[in-house]
Every structure is written in structure tokens, then in C-alpha cells.
Write a new protein. Structure first.
Length: 317
């Protein structure tokens, strides 16, 4: 009994530390609050659209910051919704968050970031999906029949384990401005588009390695099955990325695109493979676009999407 009592202060200290960390992650850390806010608004906008066919843009923040659903809607004359969220959620959580909104005859375009394509199943366990699940009450995004007690414990531990970088930024913002750190707009436009106007920054600009893991490919196949079960159509789009290119990178990306094309039609520029070298088109990351970049990207996507929409329309007649 005496030895057990000696451990109580340590247990209590660990519990207090976890509680403080959980409070920080759930109520101060921007990412889960921001993702939850834009997600709930995007789904609400999509639910309000009563139309026989819609185009749903699905993906991470490259979709949120990189495309204008409003402009695409004006171009095609049918409702277009931007359901882009955050790549940190992982493919599985992104798919689960949007799949209930897919209706018959919808056209779903999935834009998986390059990091998501390379991600393996054991790498997807991170803090963001768990925090978004707690904040939104959408616990299905972290529910996995294959997940054992160890994974569940790890998720709970992550809730109370803030990352040092985020703590430093929070302390800095509180001391300097006396408020929470906020980088992005928590509201979205009528079509779910970002309201941010990102200026050209200095995002990472370096050579990249491109690969497609078996786990990521399988998740995309599963998402295609879910889309088809709802009598909708899936298209895959390659996001724009600021990166140096070389023959090896181009060959790797060509192989990835070829594998993805066996799952669904793939939209991309065959010349650049959507790897860009003009840093003025990108904002704070190598995926987030400035207003100029977003306009160019949206125009390019509209041109690539036009013949596929005609094929889909012809099949339904």
C-alpha cells in the first residue's frame, strides 16, 4: 500500500499535465477549431443545395485555398461546392467527413495532396482527426473496426499532448496580442470557398519525391466504392504544388497518375504534371494559392473538366 501511495503524486501530476494539454488542444490550438468551423459551414451550404446534380470538390487545404467553386459554378451552370478541409486529417477522415453528403448523380472530384498519396496506414494516427472528432461530435472519422485498445489509448494520449511549435506560437500570440493565434478565416463563402486572400509568401521550394502507397491507393478505391454506392461519379485531380522538377520526379509522378487512372479519370496538365515553379502563385505553403494562382488553377480545371462533364451528361441521357 505504501508503494502505491508513493505513485499517487506522479499519477496526479500526469493527469493534471494531460488535462492542461487537452484544454490547449481542444480550445486554444487553431487547427481543430478552424477545420471544425469550415467543415460545418461547408456541409450546411451543401445541404441547402437542392439540385439534381452537383460537383463536389473534396480534399485538403489545397482544395480549400486553391479552387473557386463559385467560378466553376458560373462556368458550368450547375451547383459546385468546395468541401476542401485539411490534409492533416488524412484521406480516411476526409472521405468520412464528406461521404454522407454525396447524392445520386453528383460528380465528386478528389484532390489528394502528394503527402497523402505517400502516406501509409500506420502514419495516419495523428492528433488532428481526434481533436476534430471531439469538437464536431463526428466520431465516425476515428472509428475503425480494425483498431485495437492500444490505438485507442494512443489517441487519448495525443489529445493531451500539444506540439511544442503550437505552444510557442500560442504563448507568443497571448503575450504580444493578448488573444489566440489566428492565421485563416473561420468563415467560408456561399459555395464553401476560402475567404482568405493569401499574399505571395516564401513557401518551401525544393525537389520532392513522389510515391503512391498501397494503403493510400486502397483508401481511394474504397472511396470510389462509396461514391458509386450512392450512384455518383468519382474523378481524381492532381493538386498544384510548388516544387523543383527533374526527370526522376516527373517519372515518379507519371507512375502515380497511371495507377490512379485505373481507379478513376485523372485531371492534370500533361506538360507540367501540376508541379509549378512560379512562387508568386503560392501563398504561405507550397499548396495554398494566391488569388491570381487560384484564378489560373480554377480556369485550368474548368478546361480539363469540360469534356468529362459532357461524357457524364451523355451517359445519363
Amino acid at each position: 500500500m505504501k508503494h502505491r501511495m508513493e505513485f499517487l503524486p506522479w499519477v496526479a501530476t500526469a493527469g493534471i499535465a494531460w488535462s492542461i494539454g487537452a484544454w490547449f488542444n481542444l480550445f486554444w490550438f487553431q487547427d481543430p477549431a478552424w477545420v471544425t468551423s469550415i467543415y460545418q459551414q461547408k456541409i450546411a451550404r451543401a445541404e441547402q443545395v437542392k439540385a439534381p446534380r452537383r460537383i463536389l470538390l473534396v480534399g485538403g487545404s489545397s482544395t480549400h485555398f486553391g479552387l473557386s467553386a463559385e467560378e466553376l459554378q458560373e462556368k458550368f451552370g450547375i451547383p459546385v461546392l468546395n468541401l476542401g478541409l485539411h490534409a492533416g486529417l488524412g484521406l480516411d477522415a476526409i472521405d468520412k467527413l464528406v461521404q454522407d453528403e454525396i447524392r445520386p448523380d453528383d460528380i465528386v472530384i478528389l484532390f489528394p495532396e502528394h503527402d497523402l498519396l505517400a502516406m501509409k496506414e500506420n502514419e495516419e494516427l495523428n492528433i488532428l482527426p481526434t481533436l476534430v472528432a471531439f469538437r464536431s461530435g463526428h466520431f465516425s472519422i476515428i472509428k475503425d473496426d480494425q483498431e485495437g485498445p492500444e490505438q485507442l489509448v494512443n489517441r487519448l494520449l495525443l489529445v493531451g499532448s500539444p506540439q511544442f511549435f503550437h505552444v510557442v506560437n500560442a504563448v507568443k500570440s497571448a503575450l504580444v496580442g493578448g488573444k489566440k493565434p489566428t492565421w485563416y478565416n473561420f468563415n467560408v463563402g456561399a459555395n464553401g470557398d476560402s475567404l482568405d486572400s493569401l499574399s505571395g509568401g516564401k513557401p518551401p521550394f525544393h525537389p520532392i519525391e513522389v510515391s503512391l502507397s498501397n494503403d493510400a491507393l486502397e483508401r481511394i478505391r474504397q472511396f470510389r466504392s462509396q461514391v458509386q454506392q450512392r450512384h455518383a461519379s468519382l474523378i481524381i485531380g492532381i493538386p498544384w504544388k510548388l516544387a523543383m522538377t527533374n526527370p526522376q520526379t516527373q517519372q515518379e509522378l507519371q507512375q502515380v497518375i497511371q495507377s490512379l487512372s485505373q481507379v478513376a479519370p485523372v485531371l492534370y496538365d500533361p506538360k507540367s504534371l501540376n508541379l509549378k515553379q512560379d512562387a508568386s502563385l503560392f501563398g504561405d505553403t507550397s499548396f495554398h494559392l494566391t488569388p491570381k494562382g487560384r484564378a489560373m488553377r480554377t480556369h485550368e480545371l474548368a478546361r480539363q473538366l469540360q469534356p468529362l462533364l459532357q461524357k457524364v451528361s451523355a451517359k445519363r441521357q
